[in-house]
Design a protein. Structure first.
Length: 336
């Protein structure tokens, strides 16, 4: 029996060494393929959410769905105020004004928008998977409620072995990438635009590592809207989405981030009236974008700062009486 036991140990050791070799080789190749990704945004709070590299591209969809960034999942589950939407929401609410406001009143928040145009279908999957129940839900509703899934979202939900393998390699690569570029920065070109995401509050760090700050004035004359059929579908899906979340509708806030392509405000106003939620629309006068779609950093600071101050009475009702008196904050009235 002893030779048989020894043989089994040898086989087990061989399999373990082979698996470790494959893993090391995979991480090594992932590192070689993506050394051009920016490394300047890494810290104990931020991970590499996206790099414009064919071999890396999106990481945050899969990472948040499968819990590879555990601290981010913990932050989402603990968030009392949760922001959802697409990249326009990420651009608008990834601001110092938002962070400072909620930190000042000790209210936990998380900005859980996604790139690639993802809307309610993927957000709903995240909320269900991790049992997320915020006290206030802020929705960039232009219109948000849809069944469409981007390729990264579809890949995440399907969870094919090849996708999961590359997802794990991307997670491990970040540790190697950060160390290599810190110790031997001459081997890191830092040439591929990258987006870093805060695991603490979900905000994107992308002005600089991904896109340069620009100032493109908002042109309302070019705005379009959605069709009656699309609006009807958004109403139906919105009712279903909000029923499943189970929040008091007065603790749900709809808005539309200003941009030149879509009349987001008008869409969100109509949806808020139909779904019987709160809504907040700070003035858009004088705001600028990076590209006609996403608010630039200066405008995001101004617009989001006005937005969160206007949330004060909703916070007092839905979260905590510790929120400051809204009459002293100069907030913008909410519309029901």
């Amino acid at each position: 029996m002893k030779p048989l036991i020894a043989w089994r140990w040898y086989v087990a050791l061989f399999i373990l060494c082979a698996a470790l070799g494959i893993l090391i080789g995979g991480v090594g190749q992932m590192t070689i393929d993506n050394l051009k990704c920016r490394s300047t945004g890494y810290d104990n709070d931020h991970f590499l959410a996206y790099c414009r590299s064919q071999m890396y591209a999106d990481y945050e969809h899969g990472a948040l769905f499968y819990g590879l960034e555990r601290s981010a999942i913990d932050s989402i589950r603990r968030a009392e105020v949760l922001f959802v939407g697409n990249s326009k929401a990420q651009a608008a609410f990834s601001s110092k004004a938002v962070r400072d406001y909620f930190n000042s009143i000790n209210v936990r928040f998380f900005v859980m928008g996604f790139g690639y145009g993802d809307e309610s279908a993927f957000s709903e999957a995240i909320l269900k998977k991790w049992g997320v129940f915020p006290k206030i839900l802020v929705i960039n509703a232009d219109p948000f409620f849809s069944e469409k899934l981007s390729p990264p979202a579809q890949d995440s939900l399907e969870g094919q072995p090849a996708f999961l393998w590359r997802l794990v390699l991307k997670s491990l690569f970040q540790q190697v990438h950060r160390t290599v570029c810190l110790v031997a920065n001459s081997v890191c070109p830092e040439s591929e635009p990258s987006i870093f995401r805060s695991a603490r509050d979900g905000q994107w760090n992308w002005i600089g590592p991904y896109v340069a700050e620009k100032s493109v004035p908002i042109d309302r004359s070019a705005q379009t809207t959605i069709t009656p059929e699309e609006f009807a579908m958004a109403q139906t899906l919105g009712e279903k989405f909000l029923d499943q979340i189970g929040l008091d509708r007065q603790c749900v806030v709809l808005t539309g981030t200003p941009n030149s392509l879509l009349d987001s405000t008008a869409i969100a106003v109509a949806l808020a009236a139909s779904l019987k939620t709160n809504s907040i629309f700070p003035p858009a006068d004088g705001l600028s974008t990076l590209d006609g779609v996403h608010l630039n950093l200066a405008s995001a600071e101004r617009w989001s700062g006005q937005f969160v101050r206007a949330m004060t009475p909703i916070l007092q009702k839905c979260v905590s009486a510790s929120a400051p008196n809204h009459e002293s904050m100069g907030g913008i009235a909410t519309a029901n």
